[in-house]
Design a protein around this ligand. Structure first.
Ligand code: AOF
Ligand code: ZN
Length: 370
């Protein structure tokens, strides 16, 4: 039975919402949701929970526990896969189910599948409908990390900045300042939960002593934490042990440093005593870790995306070296007018591609591709 345009649009929304149940857990795979519909009603749902686990379509069939009726439809947030990966092709699962009508919200940019899933099913006589371009865009945006990996072969590097209305990152350089309020902070936690890794510069570790965990209402999650610290200053004997080197997730912290840092004996010994793994990089002319080394380090660590939370120097290096792919720009209505206020390294006028805007209490978020 073919579904009406109004109901299919609501069903695509629901399939995308179901896909989000895998939020942050599916890397390097995408989030995918599938619904089985009989007589216009959703009779089962499935989502992809983690790489190596069953795909959304298979989960939806499993949840149904019986053969769908001959006039049933399947609504999927992503084109079904068509070859054997860690799991068998979903095109086979659909063909075996006897379902004749398939609705797909977005195409799979994985070159192994792109367009093939739809073509295979059509060749077998199934009726396959691809969503309108607006829905396709929404489905694609959900998996912006996966899509970027597939399209470029590189991890997605995102930069997050929180600025005052007059373009400052802090009201006094070197001291923590509260830029945004609770709704914006909750939104940041959501992105920390999505990305498999998070990164800050040593200045932020020294001034803010951040945890860099995703603190959600029901649980705390810790991505792989990378600290960029060219001279291991965060391990200096004058500095108390930083939280991210000693908390329950300390095993997930890694420090990128240069030969300069490795020669600082006392700092190096402290890092070793704490059991923190150090990754040696080259050194760029200003003595910093070159941001350009990020993609290869991330790929070696099996991390397909990173959420970089500043501070100013790291953001500046990333922008100068053209490394950031994506920007999350939070803007508060506050003004930081002090003489030592720390300026944002990003021009106010910078244009983002496919930008999305969100009001978060009194704060505002713009995010999109650089
Ligand atoms: C789907 N449904 O739920 C997902 C799909 O190694 P595998 O077998 O898990 O395959 C991973 C690829 O399958 C992944 O790169 C992406 O192209 C697609 N993901 N496809 O039909 C799903 N997660
Ligand atoms: Zn599949």
């Amino acid at each position: 039975m073919s579904l009406s345009q109004t109901s299919i649009s609501a069903l695509f929304d629901r399939a995308i919402a179901v896909a989000k149940k895998g939020w942050g857990n599916t890397h390097p795979n995408p989030m995918v949701g599938a619904l089985i519909v009989e007589n216009g009603e959703v009779i089962s749902e499935g989502f992809h929970s983690a790489s190596g686990q069953a795909h959304a379509e298979v989960e939806a069939f499993k949840a149904l526990g019986r053969t769908p009726s001959t006039d049933a439809s399947i609504v999927i947030s992503l084109e079904p896969c068509s070859t054997h990966g860690k799991t068998p092709p979903c095109t086979n699962a659909i063909l075996n189910s006897g379902i004749q009508s398939v609705y797909v919200a977005g195409l799979d940019p994985n070159p192994k599948h792109a367009g093939n899933g739809i073509e295979i099913l059509r060749e077998k006589g199934l009726d396959v409908e691809l969503a309108d371009s607006e829905t396709q865009q929404r489905a694609a945006r959900l998996n912006f990390i996966f899509n970027h990996n597939m399209q470029t072969g590189r991890p997605l590097i995102a930069l997050k900045l929180a600025e005052s209305a007059n373009g400052k990152l802090a009201d006094e350089s070197g001291r923590p300042s509260r830029v945004t309020e609770s709704e914006a902070r909750a939104d940041m936690m959501k992105w920390r939960r999505l990305f498999p890794s998070i990164c800050v510069g040593s200045g932020t570790v020294l001034s803010d002593n951040p945890e860099l965990t995703a603190r959600l209402p029901d649980a705390t999650f810790c991505p792989t934490r990378l600290v960029v610290d060219s001279d291991l200053s965060t391990f200096d004997p004058k500095v108390s042990d930083r939280t991210l080197y000693t908390d329950e997730f300390a095993g997930r912290t890694r420090v990128l440093t240069t030969p300069i840092g490795l020669k600082k004996n006392a700092r190096f010994s402290r890092a070793k005593q704490l059991g923190i793994s150090l990754i040696e990089t080259e050194v760029c002319p200003r003595g910093r870790v070159p941001a350009l080394c990020f993609p290869s380090i991330l790929s070696e660590l099996g991390l397909n995306g990173i959420y970089c939370e500043g501070g100013a120097k790291l953001a500046e290096s990333m922008m100068e070296e053209g490394l950031a792919d994506y920007l999350f720009r939070y803007r508060s209505p506050k003004e930081f007018l002090g003489p030592r206020a720390l300026a944002s390294p990003i021009a106010k006028s910078i244009r983002l591609r496919d930008a999305l805007e969100l009001e978060l209490g009194s704060d505002h978020l713009t995010h999109g591709f650089l």
